[in-house]
Design a protein around this ligand. Structure first.
Ligand code: MRU
Length: 354
């Protein structure tokens, strides 16, 4: 069973909040359940929330079709629902990208058809395509990323958060590259940052790699500097939630700190992301909306209070790594190197001409 599966009008999601101690699934038959799952991080990771939202739109269209109202009103309701789904999380562009891709298709289709059943079929095909496409993008990124390490062996790679199969529709972005290196017997070990405050590194990355028999060492986030200083890390590879045209990268909180550390220790810092993670409308990382999450994520863990009651808390879910700290960006179209404005411009050209 996969982390995301569409089966006969139901979206089945692996509930990632329960990992690693419990493998349980939620059945979504209403788009609001999909929205809740995205908000509560039951499904998380930039590409995965895009894929889940795509399927959520089928449920939204089905509900709109049940309205005893003319086609145009059903459409307006569907657009309303889509806006709601799009707004569940603000930083990862993949979510808005997937919703807009489907909504634009519906708008085009609605010019010649006023049959909601037909619209549902179109949405279903596109949602499935987005999912299938992500599998292929992951594979191509893995190949491109592995080419950076040609001829190298015994690699020790540090990663942050979870950019693996759980965060995507396929083998993962950063973990896809890592898996490929393992397959080619070039990998010695992965160092997985625990990733405070919600422990995606410990609960998900360490879990995924361990299950797949890939050597992994878990460290808390504040141990990364020590590991680098001790010469334990050859490269950092992370995923991304949004990348601007200059190459500034939003990713899980703590990524920026890692990039600064990598620069100081002269360790290459790589980002793996597909075209759906690039925001070609934003030049500068300062324009990326950063999701601020609830205080309780910092003041407690698994329901146990770990800080004084009522304490002030800072809880941004993401930070932005300036392009100057990024060695290269691994995409399905190959490896992008500085000048990023130029190399990302070329990627944009390729994407728009497809
Ligand atoms: O808050 P999350 O768990 O959705 O954040 C996920 C990340 O920041 C990942 O590093 C990113 O989406 C990687 S892309 C596979």
């Amino acid at each position: 069973m996969n982390n995301i599966e569409w089966q006969e009008s139901t979206l089945i999601l692996l509930d990632q909040t329960k990992l690693p101690t419990e493998i349980s699934y939620i059945n979504c038959t209403d788009w609001r359940q999909v929205a809740e799952a995205i908000k509560m991080l039951r499904v998380r990771g930039a590409p995965a929330i895009g894929v889940a939202a795509g399927y959520g739109l089928i449920l939204a269209a089905m509900e709109a079709a049940r309205l005893d109202a003319p086609f145009n009103e059903q459409l307006v309701t569907f657009y309303d629902f889509s806006e709601n789904l799009k707004e569940t999380r603000p930083t990862a562009i993949n979510l808005a990208w997937a919703v807009e891709r489907i909504v634009n298709l519906v708008k085009a289709e609605a010019k010649t058809s006023s049959d909601m059943e037909h619209i549902i079929k179109i949405i279903t095909a596109e949602a499935e395509l987005i999912h299938k496409e992500d599998v292929g993008l992951n594979r191509r990124m893995a190949e491109a990323g592995a080419s950076l390490f040609e001829g190298q062996r015994n690699l020790r790679i540090l990663t942050h958060c979870n950019a693996g199969a759980l965060a995507t529709g396929g083998v993962g972005t950063a973990l896809g590259v890592i898996r490929k290196l393992h397959e080619k017997s070039q990998l010695e070990r992965v160092y997985a940052d625990e990733t405070r405050p919600l422990l995606q590194g410990a609960r998900l990355t360490a879990f995924e790699l361990y299950e797949d028999g890939i050597p992994v060492t878990l460290e808390t986030d504040n141990m990364a500097a020590y590991a680098m200083q001790q010469g334990l890390i050859d490269a950092v590879i992370v995923g991304a939630d949004r990348i601007t045209t200059k190459g500034d990268v939003a990713n899980k909180i703590g990524t920026y700190g890692l990039a600064v550390l990598a620069k100081f220790h002269n360790i290459p810092f790589y980002v793996a992301a597909s075209y759906s993670t690039f925001d070609f409308t934003l030049k500068n990382g300062s324009y990326i909306p950063i999701e601020m999450r609830d205080d309780y994520e910092v003041t407690s863990f698994h329901g146990v209070q770990t800080a004084p009651e009522g304490i002030d808390v800072l809880n941004p879910a993401f930070d932005v790594t300036p392009h100057e700290l990024v060695t290269a960006i691994i995409t399905e179209e190959g490896v992008l190197t500085p000048d990023f404005e130029e190399s990302i411009g070329k990627l944009r050209h390729i994407v728009h001409n497809k």
